[in-house]
Design a binder for this molecule. Structure first.
Ligand code: ZN
Length: 80
């Protein structure tokens, strides 16, 4: 079986291929997207779907996934 990294969406909780998810990291207490996957540290993954983002934001799932308190805008700061 070829390597096909899977990650869990912190919004809907489903696993998906890493490429189908957007990586987000904490940077200076703010949640920022990491489309290239190059920022160091722990990442949280979410579907490229504003609905998943909103669910995760409401549940404070980003802070739990990143193990740090992070400011999360109600709407995704970057266009999907
Ligand atoms: Zn999702």
């Amino acid at each position: 079986m070829p390597a096909n990294p899977q990650r869990r969406c912190v919004g809907c909780g489903r696993t998906a291929a890493k490429g189908d998810l957007l990586r987000l990291v904490a940077l200076g207490g703010e949640l920022v997207s990491d489309p290239a996957g190059q920022r160091p540290g722990r990442g949280a993954y979410v579907h490229r779907d504003p609905a998943c983002y909103r669910v995760a934001a409401r549940r404070r799932a980003f802070s739990s996934a990143l193990r740090t308190r992070v400011n999360v805008a109600d709407e995704h700061p970057n266009a999907f």
